[in-house]
Design a protein around this ligand. Structure first.
Ligand code: SAH
Length: 229
């Protein structure tokens, strides 16, 4: 059984927030046991209240290490996956910097990036998910710039970016995204078949892009001009 040791901030919370804070610490502890050991990333995941990013009735599931439906056939990413991608980005492009987050979805990944001190720009193709995320960011006081559009084409008006993170499965690496990376910028993107993709990092070094390959994951498809039809 978990023993509850109150933290100073917890005393200002109501009972259900306290329960959530305990569950969040357990989630962070389990991520650590699974090898996610970047303290800055874990701190951000301790701070951001994942239960705000899924519907209220499902909040008991908020701190399980699994993806969860958010409507419109989409999911909030699994905490492990968020920690994994965020660590890849942070180790190569530490904050502060300008990050493009593609696939706003629930807004959770964008909020984690914001908590780390990045300036975050986020694109979502589904209007309703965009609207919901914008409302949530506003109520949480998060300064994240959002728009509706095809993220496979990037966000040209705001380029270049220090980092780009794509939380949907791409069949190949979109050219537009590489073009919008600044010097030393890096792109973290799952690339592969619809059923399974390999986490891939592209780093802009001078005139070239260095590519690194990591573990396999299963994301919902990136739908767009440089994604799936
Ligand atoms: N980062 C999200 C994960 C959402 S799942 C979170 O933390 O909750 C992936 C999201 O990518 C879905 O919301 C889907 O609608 C969106 N998406 C798919 N193709 C896209 C595209 N071309 N441009 C922008 N968003 C896209």
């Amino acid at each position: 059984m978990a023993v509850y040791h109150p933290f100073p901030g917890d005393l200002l919370m109501d009972a259900s927030d306290r329960v959530m804070a305990v569950k969040r610490r357990e989630m962070v502890q389990s991520l650590r046991q699974k090898g996610m050991v970047n303290e800055r990333v874990l701190d951000a995941m301790q701070k951001v209240e994942r239960h705000r990013f899924i519907d209220r009735e499902s909040s008991v599931h908020a701190y399980e290490d699994s993806a969860y439906p958010i409507g419109y056939g989409q999911t909030i990413s699994q905490p492990y996956t968020v920690a994994y991608m965020t660590t890849l980005l942070l180790e190569r492009c530490p904050p502060p910097g300008k990050i493009l987050d593609i696939g706003t979805g629930s807004g959770y990944q964008a909020a984690i990036l914001e908590a780390l001190g990045y300036r975050v720009y986020s694109i979502e193709r589904i209007q309703e998910l965009h609207d919901r995320a914008v409302g949530l960011f506003k109520s949480l006081g998060l300064a994240i710039s959002c728009r509706v559009g095809d993220g496979s084409l990037g966000w040209e008006e705001e380029a270049p970016f220090d980092g780009i993170i794509v939380t949907a499965a791409a069949p190949y690496c979109p050219e537009h995204l590489l073009e919008q990376l600044g010097d030393s910028g890096c792109l973290v993107i799952p690339v592969g078949e619809q059923a399974m993709q390999q986490m891939t990092v592209y780093r802009h070094v001078g005139e070239r892009f260095e590519k690194e390959l990591f573990h396999h994951f299963a994301f919902v498809p990136l739908i767009g001009q440089e994604g799936w039809n």
